[in-house]
Design a protein around this ligand. Structure first.
Ligand SMILES: Nc1ncnc2c1ncn2[C@@H]1O[C@H](COP(=O)(O)OP(=O)(O)OP(=O)(O)O)[C@@H](O)[C@H]1O
Ligand SMILES: [Mg+2]
Length: 308
């Protein structure tokens, strides 16, 4: 897959002297869903703002589909749709005018059939003549998405698209994002909902304190950093582990009723069968086994804590 967006050595120091981003190098592949994960204040919105020309970078180079944002800004910006984190529309305007006007802003010829379909896809067609101020919060968010897509961009940024959105709308938005990807739109989203990244993204970038700490294929990330635990529920509680079973990766639960064994999903041999054989020869019987895979959330938290 070719790259649709590249950032080289992007740096941002705000006027306050605060260094919000340092030396960001990142390539986004055409047609992927890329999730940028990071705690509050990590620099996600700043990074998106720089790519979209809302914030000036202190240093670095950004190329959007072969257009340099420095000397070819209009063409670069035309490729991008942005759903901002904050509501940023004229609430006195109607839904239809909002999308119509936005399309015109990017110099696209009118295409009412496209805009009609767009509003229908977002369940906004019935509200096309309503003023934004008369819409619910979820509808307003959908208008932001419609506005971002009005000029048929090839890259869509969604900055915290589902923060404060109810479960049903969130699911609808995920479906819509997948549909857009199916149509060839490259999606970059920031989110605090790890399960969102886990569910949707092809690749994940972790940003913390202005530094891009990791960019990785989602499955590889979960495989490499993923941990599994096996809980062995004992037939009869024991008071302590026999010495031959004392090892770092095995613990006896406080109530003595189960053993917890930790192993890495990256190892070819999990060591599970060996452990079970050892239990048998030690005369420890069990009635049930449960395995659990660490979630992206645990991986993320450990990464941010480790390197912070
Ligand atoms: N205009 C500004 N002037 C000075 N500092 C700023 C400005 N905008 C953002 N910052 C600082 O830059 C850092 C990154 O902010 P940013 O909004 O990019 O974070 P974020 O990752 O989007 O956070 P959140 O998850 O809360 O949206 C923060 O410490 C913030 O206070
Ligand atoms: Mg933000």
């Amino acid at each position: 897959m070719s790259d649709i967006l590249t950032l080289e050595g992007v740096d941002k120091t705000y006027d306050t002297g605060f260094n919000a981003l340092s030396n960001i190098n990142l390539s986004i592949r055409r047609g992927e869903i890329f999730a940028l994960l990071g705690p509050n204040g990590a620099g996600k919105t700043t990074l998106i703002g720089i790519i979209c020309g809302i914030v000036n970078a202190t240093a670095g180079r950004i190329v959007v589909d072969s257009h340099d944002t420095q000397n070819d800004f209009r063409q670069a910006r035309k490729q991008i749709g942005l759903v901002p984190q904050e509501l940023s529309i004229n609430i006195f305007d109607s839904v239809w005018n909002t999308v119509h006007f936005s399309r015109g802003l990017f110099g696209c010829p009118p295409d009412d059939a496209y805009l009609e379909q767009l509003l229908k896809n977002l369940s906004l067609w019935e509200k096309k003549d309503s003023r934004i101020m008369a819409l619910s919060g979820g509808m307003k968010r959908r208008v932001l998405i419609a506005k971002a897509l009005a000029h048929q961009p090839t890259i869509l940024f969604l900055d915290e698209p589902t923060a404060g959105v109810d479960v049903e709308l969130r699911r609808e938005m995920w479906a819509m994002i997948r549909r857009l990807r199916g149509e060839g739109v490259t999606i970059i989203l920031t989110t605090h909902y790890i399960e969102e990244a886990e569910d949707m993204a092809d690749r994940i970038g972790v940003i913390n304190k202005g530094k891009l700490m990791l960019v990785e294929d989602k499955h590889a990330l979960m495989r490499e950093l993923g941990r599994k635990s096996l809980t062995v529920l004992l037939s009869k509680p024991i008071t302590q582990l026999p010495t031959e079973l004392m090892r770092d990766d095995l613990q006896l639960a406080d109530d003595g009723a189960s053993l917890i064994y930790h192993y890495s999903t990256a190892e070819t041999d999990s060591g599970v069968s060996e452990l079970l054989a050892q239990l048998q020869s030690a005369g420890i019987h069990y009635q049930d086994l449960q395995t659990r895979q660490s979630s992206l959330e645990e991986i993320f938290v450990s990464l941010v804590e480790e390197k912070a």
